[in-house]
Design a protein around this ligand. Structure first.
Ligand SMILES: [Zn+2]
Length: 398
């Protein structure tokens, strides 16, 4: 069984009273967090949990908060301490945990218990222990809930619901329904069926308003009401950019997962590419990794192939035609193939992917791992068995 753990984000509509309670819950979390920053950085998670029970004796008001939620603070604290220790061990210069300020707090977590989704009535409700029933907009079905994180950003409340989705094993993967995708900056994708989609480069378009809003914010007086307003405006702008980008990525990845069983991509070395400053912003803006993650959970099989020479090899005869980034057309002297540069690359990627699958078949591997790219969000309990892959006529060299 392939168990998928997924985070879904739902908008919450708390009443004013509930909003006060939610905000007060942060303050509770923040108080506990800061208490441990002051007294208990050396404690283990277990010790901290014990300390919380003791603390409740001294500070009875802590009982107003869900106990699991306070324990999550201890968990986060322990993780943060461990992270710092790891960095220090690897020779990095690290400081220490500092007190959380009011404005730095914007989320809290209910883990395992203390929440319930109530459906039925006029609206769907999210019940949170010690807080109450908050109106929630469930715009998609959810499975077994493990955890609920409540977040406020740009004045809006959201619940990030972490749930298990039991997905059926992928039985039939038709390699005839496979595609190679070349990711790029001007064209976001160019695939081996010679279909391309322009890159919207959302951030680039929004740079002007972003700079303007930033400039306005910097002119406001420190800690003033106007500064706060300007901050919210900036957050809203960032949110809009993010939403536009995600919308595009979702549409594009759905387009591919609906049409194809197997998708081949290049393994990207983004860290290296970002060093090239001319390209850097466009690359970060493109959201390739997010796109890959989306494909990974939407598609039956996603395979990353090594990126060597995909753009210079000729997809028909294998002849190596070196060219700079500026050359947009692939011209082969050997076989006379003249096609778009990215189209050529995507054909190479497809061939590499198919070869990789066949190699695994030949070497008698029982299983094809649906990629390394299945990130942490997908827990893989069983891989797709190769005997379940139905290989239709494979036309590798189109
Ligand atoms: Zn050629």
């Amino acid at each position: 069984m392939l168990v998928r753990v997924r985070n879904c984000k739902f908008r919450l509509y708390p009443t004013r009273l509930q909003e006060q309670r939610l905000t007060s819950t942060w303050d509770g979390c923040r108080w506990v967090y800061n208490y441990f920053v002051k007294y208990g950085t050396s404690l283990t998670e277990y010790d901290m949990n014990y300390a919380i029970t003791e603390l409740k004796e001294q500070e009875p008001w802590l009982r107003n908060y869900h106990s699991k939620m306070l324990q999550m603070v201890a968990k986060q604290m322990a993780a943060a301490t461990k992270g710092l220790q790891m960095l220090r061990k690897n020779g990095h210069k690290v400081g220490r945990l500092h007190y959380l300020m009011h404005e730095e707090c914007n989320s809290f977590i209910y883990n395992q218990s203390g929440f319930k989704i109530k459906r039925g009535g006029k609206t769907d409700l999210l019940w949170l222990s010690k807080i109450g029933c908050i109106q929630i907009r469930l715009h998609r079905p959810i499975g077994d809930i493990k955890q609920v994180t409540v977040v406020r950003k740009a004045g809006k409340w959201h619940a990030i619901v972490n749930c298990d989705l039991a997905a059926p094993i992928f039985r039939f993967i038709s390699l005839a329904k496979s595609v190679g995708i070349d990711l790029g900056v001007t064209k976001f994708v160019h695939d081996s069926d010679n279909h391309s989609i322009d890159n919207p480069l959302v951030l680039n378009k929004m740079l002007k308003p972003l700079r303007r809003t930033n400039r306005r914010l910097s002119r406001k007086q420190e800690n003033s009401k106007n500064q706060e307003k300007a901050k919210t405006r900036l957050q809203l702008l960032h949110e809009r950019i993010r939403n536009q980008r995600l919308d595009f990525l979702h549409k594009t990845s759905t387009y591919y997962s609906n049409r194809y069983d197997a998708i081949f991509l290049e393994k990207l070395r983004i860290a290296n590419m970002v060093k090239n400053h001319n390209l850097a912003r466009s690359i970060i803006d493109s959201g390739w990794s997010t796109f890959k993650n989306m494909l990974a959970y939407k598609t039956k099989l996603v395979i990353e192939v090594p990126p060597n020479n995909t753009s210079i090899d000729c997809s028909r005869c294998g002849n190596r035609v070196s060219k700079s980034l500026a050359v947009r057309t692939h011209r082969c002297d050997e076989c006379g193939l003249v096609i778009n540069r990215d189209y050529n690359a995507s054909l190479n990627i497809k061939q590499k992917g198919l070869r990789q699958i066949k190699l695994q078949l030949l070497m008698g591997y029982e299983e094809v791992t649906p990629v390394e790219i299945l990130g942490e969000s997908v827990k893989q309990e069983e891989t797709t068995r190769i005997d379940q892959v139905v290989v239709h006529t494979v036309d590798a060299k189109k």
